[in-house]
Design a protein around this ligand. Structure first.
Ligand code: BTN
Length: 313
């Protein structure tokens, strides 16, 4: 959001505040204040003009401006009511040199999942992609994915949902009656570009099944609505972004945070990898987020694959 518009919004949220007071405080003309107020109204903010000045009566339920209001993390928001894929749009922004941008959508018409799968993204979810330019070696980029999974897990837990992380990056609600050990709440798709040991950009796509009915979701999936009722999506998004920002600033804490929230460690697992299935007990993750599986033939380190939680024999 435009910097002055954000300042106007923050002040009317603490209002009432008069137009002249705003103009003086922000160093702009009264006409400019009025234009920003009108633009905010057009974005869905209900700003009343009272005898004492402007006052914010209601914010839109969702959208870039709704998320930015009170966001304590340095991300710019780009919001779409509908877009093919926030990851595709984020990749365009990354290629144009942008950093710390969040592309957010209410609906995706071509949402993408891991391994070329489609990702159902009807209106009511939280579909977002972060454009990041970390000054990290490429091998450590998976830590960002783990950090996003931790952030979503904690935001869900803060709302009473019993969320945990299935390696590497599915947030699910554990349920041993399901074939895969739980109902999926969130998927993460990380894409990156780099060269010569340097990361150019990372696009971290996070799909949260938020205010959706079970019949809108795929098999073995769940939503925040199905678990605990509808959430304030703007507040949930802010919570995830703020938690993620805190974790990326302390990368050495990410792995332990992930281990604490893992539904996979200690489980009997089968991981389908490009080299074939690996079956055994999941015992740890390495410092780049690879899964250590204790198999009949000894320990194996798995960097990528589809992980299934097996029922104990
Ligand atoms: C998975 O297969 O588990 C990953 C799903 C990732 C979905 C998210 S929704 C926001 C972003 N945009 C996309 O097209 N995909 C990711």
């Amino acid at each position: 959001m435009h910097e002055t518009r954000r300042a106007v919004l923050e002040r009317v949220a603490d209002g009432p505040v008069t137009g002249p007071t705003l103009a003086d405080a922000l160093g702009v003309s009264r006409a400019a204040v009025w234009k920003h107020v009108e633009a905010l109204r057009a974005d869905g903010f209900r700003i009343d003009s009272t005898d004492d000045g402007y006052v914010l009566e209601a914010a839109p339920e969702f959208g870039g401006a709704a998320v930015e209001l009170g966001l304590d993390a340095p991300f710019d928001l780009e919001y779409h009511d509908s877009v093919a894929s926030t990851n595709d749009r984020a990749r365009e922004l990354a290629a144009a040199g942008r950093d710390d941008v969040v592309v957010l959508a209410d609906e995706q018409t071509g949402g993408r999942g891991r391994r070329g799968r489609a990702w159902a993204s009807p209106s009511g979810g939280i579909w977002l992609s972060l454009v990041l330019r970390p000054d990290w070696p490429p091998a450590r980029v998976p830590l960002l994915t783990l950090a996003a999974a931790v952030a979503v897990t904690d935001a869900a837990r803060a709302r009473g949902v019993d969320a945990a992380i299935k390696w590497p990056n599915d947030v699910l609600v554990p349920d041993s009656s399901t074939a895969r050990g739980g109902r999926k709440l969130t998927g993460i798709l990380t894409e990156m570009e780099g060269e010569a040991g340097r990361v150019s950009w990372v696009v971290l796509g996070v799909g949260v099944n938020a205010n959706l009915d079970p019949d809108e979701l795929g098999e073995d999936a769940t939503s925040l609505r199905a678990e605990r009722g509808d959430v304030d999506r703007a507040a949930f998004t802010r919570d995830v972004l703020e938690r993620f920002h805190g974790l990326r600033a302390a990368p050495d804490d990410i792995l332990d945070a992930w281990r604490d929230r893992s539904a996979t460690l200690g489980q009997r697992v089968r991981v389908r990898t490009a080299q074939g299935p690996v079956e055994g007990d999941a015992v740890d993750v390495t410092d780049v987020g690879a899964l250590v599986v204790d198999t009949d033939g000894g320990e194996e380190v798995v960097h990528a694959g589809d992980c299934e939680h097996l029922r104990p024999a």
